[in-house]
Design a protein around this ligand. Structure first.
Ligand code: SAM
Length: 252
């Protein structure tokens, strides 16, 4: 198909799921990279960044995009996804601590991806790949159903103002999309230092079909021990905020 040809509309019985992304959980920022990020990009892009077919925006993943993860990683192993990996502060130590799993990270902000791949390359981490694109579309289009063992979402942008709450990443769409992609018994792990977002996450996930809170007693998970103390957690604690962890298990 040539780039000028419009994509065909979904046909009745089209087995590929669709997700509507009119409002997204990120803003367009200048994606100008500094010298060291540009150097990282040149050195490590081909190794770590998985280029996917784009949709309408440069951050979107086309509904017909596909990735063969076994070929990409060169092996078949349990898949973990991090949504919004930032500069890789959690991703790099957590993936390194799980050499038998492969981790796919989604991040929309180019300079952050460049920093991450430089750090991955210098550390020699082999079990991580990054998709520079919207994770909601990526989870929907790039994974067959029930193929992901865990999804991590740490310190997603809080979108404080009431009128911006609709931009929050953790919502009913995320719960539905994640439920399709995660295998039965698989986990969705979240953390935030914003109490109102933590409560909103619980509300959404408690109401979402097919998820069960792993810690029903008071709803909050103990701090996930594998999670390193990142700048976001540090900032929250310094400001006197409690960090809430949440773990939901996908029901069969
Ligand atoms: C506040 S930062 C947290 C980064 C990282 N998780 C950490 O704890 O250090 C949130 C990140 O999520 C990214 N993000 C937000 N929505 C996204 C989406 N739909 N798909 C991929 N990345 C997203 C943002 O670009 C940003 O880098």
């Amino acid at each position: 198909m040539t780039p000028s040809e419009p994509d065909p509309p979904p046909q009745p019985g089209d087995p590929r799921p669709r997700v509507q992304r009119d409002i997204v959980s990120f803003v367009r920022r200048s994606s100008r990279m500094n010298t060291s990020q540009l150097r990282n990009w040149d050195a490590w892009h081909d190794h770590y960044v998985v280029d996917v077919r784009r949709g309408e925006r440069d951050t979107s993943v086309h509904p017909a995009a596909a990735v063969d993860w076994a070929a990409t990683f060169g092996r078949v192993s349990p898949l973990v996804v991090e949504v919004g990996s930032g500069t890789g502060d959690s991703l790099i130590p957590m993936a390194s601590a799980r050499p038998d799993q492969d981790v796919v990270a989604f991040e929309v902000f180019g300079p952050a991806v460049a920093s991450t791949i430089g750090r991955l390359g210098r550390a020699g981490v082999e079990n991580v790949r990054i998709v520079m694109g919207d994770a909601i579309e990526g989870l929907t289009y790039l994974f067959p159903p029930a193929t992901i063992e865990e999804i991590w979402i740490f310190f997603p942008d809080p979108w404080h103002k009431l009128k911006h709450h609709k931009r929050r990443l953790v919502d009913a769409d995320l719960a539905r999309v994640a439920h399709r992609a995660v295998m039965p018994g698989g986990l969705l792990r979240l953390a935030t230092d914003w109490a109102d977002y933590a409560h909103a996450m619980r509300e959404v996930l408690d109401a979402a079909p097919g998820w069960i809170n792993e810690h029903p007693h008071d709803g909050w998970a103990p701090r996930f021990a594998e999670r390193p103390l990142t700048k976001y957690e540090h900032r929250g604690l310094e400001a006197g905020r409690r960090v809430h962890d949440l773990t939901y298990r996908r029901l069969p």
